[in-house]
Design a binder for this molecule. Structure first.
Ligand SMILES: NC(=O)c1ccc[n+]([C@@H]2O[C@H](COP(=O)([O-])OP(=O)(O)OC[C@H]3O[C@@H](n4cnc5c(N)ncnc54)[C@H](OP(=O)(O)O)[C@@H]3O)[C@@H](O)[C@H]2O)c1
Length: 305
């Protein structure tokens, strides 16, 4: 006889962002899981519905009352803090405390690879939130993704039209990357197992912290070569001066905190690289994670027919 499992309600924060949408598009296929999205803008409801959410709560993560409402009746939380947010620690503290009050059973935190680097404020903030979660008494799992391969999509036009791939650090810099599709699949593995609604019904991921990295460690010139291979054209890597990058970032509307934090990250990358192991992700997925070459071919490759 097939066991019947109750439907669980999972709250996903940062739901309408790059990470949230990718995760929701995979979670939609998990049986007996109802997805509640937290978004701050009602205009995002159609997009979220299309991605697979069952209900959306409009709330600002800085508003405790709205956040408490969003948490009502939830069994578990997948917390994705908005990218490079100056209030990341207060937001983390608030949602963890309110989750406890609301009787949430499981909390999965979307952290970052190497959160313990003080000179990158957005990494260090995640370290603090990890510690708050560990202290909270909630059942938890922490995921630490490398930079997404998909970040390169912001350069699609210059890649396709000029054959230029630019980065604001030295071309010899090596940074582990991960395919966001693999990250989303890993979220399904830990969330499904975590809630006893997945095929294994195990608590195997309780208290676990997993680095999520793709295999290989390419430098920036090697990345350009792989992009060129997929695009069937020459792509050259170029260094973009950090002052030039910062001016463009301000023009695009980034705040001073965001610009200075990302400049600190670029300086760190250039000095130390950013590396991690693909093994934890391979263990979670039960297959090797995507290589950069596979991502590039899938994303930019000429499709037959
Ligand atoms: N990008 C990477 O390579 C990478 C790698 C590892 C970890 N991460 C981490 O992943 C997380 C998510 O990054 P992302 O790039 O997916 O973020 P994102 O695309 O910027 O999405 C963040 C979402 O949060 C919403 N938001 C912003 N402020 C809010 C507030 N006060 N209350 C409620 N919602 C708010 C945004 O709303 P709007 O749509 O209205 O702006 C957006 O939909 C970050 O913590 C980042 O550090 C990223």
């Amino acid at each position: 006889m097939t066991a019947v499992h109750p439907t669980r309600l999972l709250l996903v924060t940062g739901a309408a962002g790059k990470t949230g949408l990718a995760v929701i598009r995979k979670l939609r296929d998990v049986p007996n899981l109802r997805i509640r999205a937290l978004a701050r803008n009602a205009d995002q409801c159609p997009l979220l519905e299309e991605a697979g959410v069952h209900e959306t709560v409009i709330a600002d993560l800085n508003d405790p009352t709205a956040l408490a409402t969003a948490l009502q009746g939830t069994d578990s939380v997948y917390h994705v803090c908005p990218n490079v947010h100056p209030q990341e620690v207060p937001i983390g503290r608030r949602i963890i405390a309110l989750a406890r009050q609301a009787g949430v059973r499981r909390f999965v935190l979307h952290s970052v690879l190497q959160p313990g680097i003080r000179e990158m404020p957005h990494h260090w903030a995640k370290m603090s939130v990890e510690a708050l979660l560990a202290e909270s008494g909630l059942e938890f799992t922490i995921l630490q993704p490398a930079p997404y391969m998909q970040n390169i999509l912001g350069q699609r036009v210059s890649l396709c039209e000029q054959g230029v791939y630019s980065v604001p650090y030295h071309l010899a810099t090596r940074v582990s990357m991960v395919d966001l599709e693999d990250v989303a699949e890993a979220v399904v593995r830990v969330s499904a197992d975590f809630d006893g609604i997945g095929p294994e019904h195990s608590a195997a991921h309780l208290g676990a912290t997993y680095e999520l990295c793709g295999p290989g460690l390419l430098d920036q010139t090697e990345i350009a070569t792989e992009l060129g291979r997929a695009l069937r054209r020459e792509v050259r890597a170029e260094v973009e001066g950090r002052e030039v990058w910062a001016k463009a970032a301000y023009r695009a509307g980034m705040s001073r905190y965001q610009v200075e934090t990302l400049l600190a990250m670029f300086r760190y990358y250039e000095r130390s690289g950013m590396t991690g192991s693909a093994q934890p992700l391979e263990n979670l997925l039960g297959r090797p994670p995507a290589t950069f070459a596979q991502f590039a071919e899938r994303t930019f490759g000429v499709q037959p027919g």
